[in-house]
Ligand binder design. Structure first.
Ligand SMILES: *Cc1c(COP(=O)(O)O)cnc(C)c1O
Length: 359
């Protein structure tokens, strides 16, 4: 949370203006500040990351039933956004090294029905944007990056929102930068800004004018203020997390049977959103035993992401035939450990001590 007084001070004028939503003053200001902060040509704010993703895909006007190559190792939102647009997700396996989509396996999945690639910068690990860009160009495909985990990151000095046709961020309360609920789309083309504007505001373009069949996905002023306040403290939050992450990393460097799954690319400036580890054998415990052991000690790690989205109950066994050995392995061994700016050093030490306790 930002300092309470700063937030209250900024929302006070709303009691006079009564302008609580519909692209108000703070909405405009946050869009401008994010454009500069993320160093991208265009930003469109949204009510949440999921709607940002769903509407970006919708704005591309793909024919119903077309195929979209994506990763199953993600939050369910990525897969739902494709399906809710009447498109067909084609799941591609991931890389063991950083859990992002395996770009070497994309081409064999392309058919004449393929229209787009939706990769995820999972845990803030950046996909192979160069290779994916080349494939998209060769086959004339759109690329929409789910960058929900990668806010504020850079790759080779370039803001992460600059890759592909669009990049989508989530500003959910659980993310490194948040607006309570919220999200944004970054892109180059001004036309996409207009299309997204219509999609998020019923297609309304005047008191008596509706130009398209849009939905409602606007960010309100209270969320925009939360964003403006949090943006000032983003770097401080990242620095705190980086220090804590180093304690984990130093500990795991000496341990066998447990591998940290991010922070390994020297071209990336990370935001330290997550601390994912693959647990093979941690003092006799596998992933599930370690998860339960920590839970019994009131330490709440997350099996993030398990199960794979392709194996969720809602899809029954529909995608069972797809070969995803690496994703399956990672998913059944992954654990995201507690990491946030306010995590006290003593508590971090307690987490590490608890992991070391024999059964
Ligand atoms: C959080 C998240 C989303 C969805 O964002 P919301 O703001 O919660 O709607 C989508 N994809 C990924 C990878 C996420 O982590």
């Amino acid at each position: 949370m930002p300092p309470y007084e700063e937030y209250i001070e900024m929302i006070k004028p709303l009691w006079d203006s009564h302008r609580l939503t519909n692209m108000g003053k703070y909405h405009v200001q946050l869009e401008q500040e994010l454009k500069a902060f993320l160093d991208v040509p265009e930003v469109s704010l949204m009510v949440n990351g999921h709607m940002a993703l769903e509407m970006t895909i919708q704005a591309m006007s793909f024919p119903p039933g077309a195929e979209v190559i994506t990763t199953p190792f993600t939050f369910i939102s990525t897969t739902h956004a494709i399906l809710r647009n009447q498109l067909k997700p084609i799941f591609c396996d991931i890389k063991e090294s950083d859990c992002t989509i395996d770009e070497t396996k994309i081409e064999s999945l392309i058919t004449e029905r393929t229209v787009a690639i939706v990769p995820v910068h999972v845990y803030g690990n950046i996909c192979n944007v160069e290779a994916i860009g080349r494939i998209a160009q060769k086959y004339n495909l759109k690329i929409i990056y789910d960058a929900a985990h990668a806010f504020g990151e850079t790759y080779k000095g370039i803001g992460i929102g600059n890759f592909g046709d669009a990049s989508v961020f989530s500003f959910h309360a659980s993310k490194v930068f948040h607006t309570i609920e919220g999200g944004a789309v970054c892109f180059k083309e001004r036309k996409l800004f207009e299309d997204l504007y219509n999609l998020k505001n019923f297609g309304i373009r005047g008191e008596e004018l509706v130009v398209s069949v849009g939905a409602n996905a606007k960010m309100n002023e209270f969320s925009a203020v939360m964003g403006l306040c949090n943006l000032k403290y983003f770097q401080e939050e990242v620095t705190k997390r980086k220090k804590l992450a180093k304690v984990y990393l130093d500990f795991f460097a000496k341990q066998e049977g447990i591998t940290v799954k991010n922070f390994s690319c020297s071209d990336v400036v990370y935001n330290y959103g997550y601390l994912p580890v693959v647990v093979e054998d941690m003092f006799g415990r596998g992933r599930d035993e370690l998860y339960n052991h920590l839970k019994m000690n009131r330490i709440y790690a997350r099996k993030y992401f398990y199960p794979l989205t392709s194996e969720q109950a809602c899809f029954k066994n529909k995608y069972k035939r797809m070969k995803l050995p690496v994703a399956q392995y990672i998913s059944s061994h992954i654990l995201a450990l507690p990491l946030h700016g306010e995590l006290a050093k003593e508590n971090l030490e307690r987490i590490i001590c608890t992991m070391k306790l024999e059964t």
